[in-house]
Write a protein of this length. Structure first.
Length: 264
């Protein structure tokens, strides 16, 4: 069985890790896989475009000037991942996947979109198209441009100038786009390609420095491992003095800081 959310649920049940839920999970594993209707489907809420044929499911991201292939899986694997697929009378498709709480909505697209398609072979080789798609994503989805004082036109001009003054190589293109990402000064974006990864803001080092300054312990000399092991206890007893609240299996903590309680 492929390593999917469904496979992990079934494996956990078989190992006895899910207690009374195990019979339910094991019973679910015997259900026939869900059939997905062939065709091209456009997401109602994201830039995704799904293409189902007899053998594969391909996921594309739609940009203003191009389509980018971001995932390709066998149709059988995707059907095993799908908990339910509903094709409604009005022609829209509703998908729910194992391990999620969201139902994804899609509308059928009649015919291929009149846009060039980028895949792994030519995504970084066409600099102009790549930069256009890159800024399309940033300008459409970065929520704090006004607060950060970002001028997309000026930033694009700086990017184009940097590209003109460097070698016409994929490495220089990647470095230039990574520089644009860092100018956002935001820790929620990253750029991946050519077996490289650059974060918009490398915040881990400062986080672990703060952990060390707060007398957080290291595990085998590594403060990142120490933080991963002890952060919850530190927040519960030292930051929130035992008065906080916790949710999502203790991955979220909140409460009032002593001496800094906000007035209603």
């Amino acid at each position: 069985m492929p390593l999917t959310r469904r496979a992990l649920i079934v494996s956990a049940a078989a190992a006895g890790l899910m207690g009374p839920l195990a019979p339910l999970a094991l019973a679910a594993s015997t259900r026939p896989q869900t059939s997905l209707p062939a065709g091209i489907w456009r997401s109602r809420t994201t830039a995704d475009l799904l293409v189902f044929d007899r053998q594969a499911c391909r996921t594309y991201t739609r940009y203003d000037t191009a389509l980018a292939l971001v995932d390709e899986s066998s149709l059988e694997d995707i059907e095993q991942e799908t908990l339910e697929a509903l094709l409604h009378d009005d022609g829209h498709l509703e998908l729910e996947y194992w391990g999620t709480v969201t139902r994804f909505q899609y509308d059928r697209v009649d015919g291929w979109l009149a846009l060039p398609c980028l895949d792994d072979d030519n995504w970084m080789s066409n600099a102009g198209m790549t930069v256009a798609a890159f800024f399309d994503v940033l300008a459409s989805h970065f929520a704090f441009a006004r607060e950060q004082g970002i001028d997309w036109t000026a930033l694009r001009a700086e990017c184009d100038a940097a590209l003109r003054h460097g070698p016409a190589s994929q490495e220089h293109l990647f470095d230039t786009l990574a520089g644009v990402m860092r100018s956002l000064n935001d820790g929620h974006g990253s750029l991946k390609g050519m077996e490289r990864h650059e974060d918009s803001r490398p915040s881990d080092a400062r986080l672990y420095q703060a952990w060390k300054a707060a007398d957080g312990r290291a595990v085998n000399g590594d403060f990142s491992d120490g933080f991963a092991s002890d952060w919850l206890d530190h927040v519960r007893h030292h930051v929130l003095s035992g008065t906080g609240r916790f949710a999502a299996r203790d991955t979220i903590a909140w409460g009032h800081l002593q001496g800094r309680r906000m007035k209603p």
